[in-house]
Every structure is written in structure tokens, then in C-alpha cells.
Ligand binder design. Structure first.
Ligand code: ATP
Ligand code: MG
Length: 142
């Protein structure tokens, strides 16, 4: 297995409901290490840029308004197969379809307010990590 890094974002609904600690615990219990961590209020421009991949989708404006409505918590997660492992811990986009014991099954409120974001490929992980963190914040020898 290859050591990978991926980006997690605890979305506004998760931070608003004080779920930061419980979600970070899922990552650690599942074998991922939190290498960098920050609570941050996204600007409208940052929200638009982060979700630019969805700009043609009908829910784009609504999605951007949601992601900037209150602070998020972003982190860099590291471990074996981290991208896929994190996606499995999160569960399906729609919480009604998410498997038991996943973060979205337990905590998500709706298809949109689904509590966590995770990079969906190694390539997107590299871009998303670099969107939020400088190399010096997570790439060091311990
Ligand atoms: P994320 O990218 O946040 O990890 P995902 O990869 O599971 O989620 P995407 O298809 O990338 O799902 O959608 C991005 C986000 O847009 C979803 O997590 C959800 O918040 C929102 N979303 C997706 N589909 C819809 C929809 N039909 N209506 C409203 N919001 C949606
Ligand atoms: Mg996605």
C-alpha cells in the first residue's frame, strides 16, 4: 500500500453542530494521521474556486452559499491508501444511501448538508491540499 495524503473538510453543518472532535476521531481510529489542521471562514471567492469543478451543475450557487455560510475545518490526512480509505469512512454523498457506521450515515442532514468533504482522487487531493496548505505545514520528518 502506498502512503497518500488527502484533504478533509468538515463542512459548515458539522462545525455548527460541534462535530469536529468526533469526526477527527473517526479518522484517527481508522488509521489516518492528521498532519495539518485549520478552522477557517471561506470567502465567497474561495468557495467558488474550491467547488469550480461543479460550476455547470444546477446546485452550484446553492452549494457555494452553503460552504461559505460559517467556518469549515480543513485538514490534511495521511496514511496507507488515504484517499480511498477516507472516502469509505465518509460514506455515499446522499446520507440515505451511506453505509452503516460511516460519517455521513451517522451525522449528515441531507444530500447537500452532508457534513464532510473528501478528495475523490490522488490528483484532486494534491490540488485540494495545496489550495489550503503550504508544503511546510505538513511535509516534515515526524
Ligand atoms: P464532496 O465533494 O463534498 O466530498 P461527493 O464527492 O460525495 O462530495 P460531489 O458529487 O462531488 O459529491 O458533490 C459535491 C457536493 O455537492 C456534495 O457533497 C453535496 O454537498 C453537494 N451536492 C451533490 N449533489 C447535490 C444535489 N443534487 N443537490 C444539492 N447538493 C448536492
Ligand atoms: Mg466530490
Amino acid at each position: 500500500m502506498a502512503i497518500e495524503r488527502t484533504l478533509s473538510m468538515i463542512k459548515p453543518d458539522g462545525v455548527e453542530r460541534n462535530l469536529v472532535g468526533v469526526i477527527l476521531s473517526h479518522y484517527e481510529a481508522g488509521g489516518l494521521r492528521i498532519k495539518a489542521l485549520r478552522r477557517q471562514q471561506l470567502s465567497l471567492a474561495q468557495g467558488r474556486a474550491f467547488y469550480a469543478v461543479h460550476k455547470k451543475r444546477p446546485f452550484y450557487e446553492e452549494l457555494v452559499n452553503y460552504i461559505v455560510r460559517s467556518p469549515v475545518v480543513v485538514s490534511v490526512l495521511e496514511g496507507d491508501n488515504a484517499v480511498t480509505k477516507h472516502r469509505h469512512m465518509m460514506g455515499a454523498t446522499n446520507p440515505e444511501e451511506a453505509a452503516a457506521d460511516t460519517i455521513r450515515k451517522k451525522y449528515a442532514q441531507s444530500l447537500q448538508e452532508n457534513t464532510v468533504h473528501g478528495s475523490d482522487s490522488l490528483e484532486n487531493a494534491a490540488w485540494e491540499v495545496s489550495f489550503f496548505f503550504a508544503l511546510s505545514e505538513y511535509d516534515y520528518f515526524n
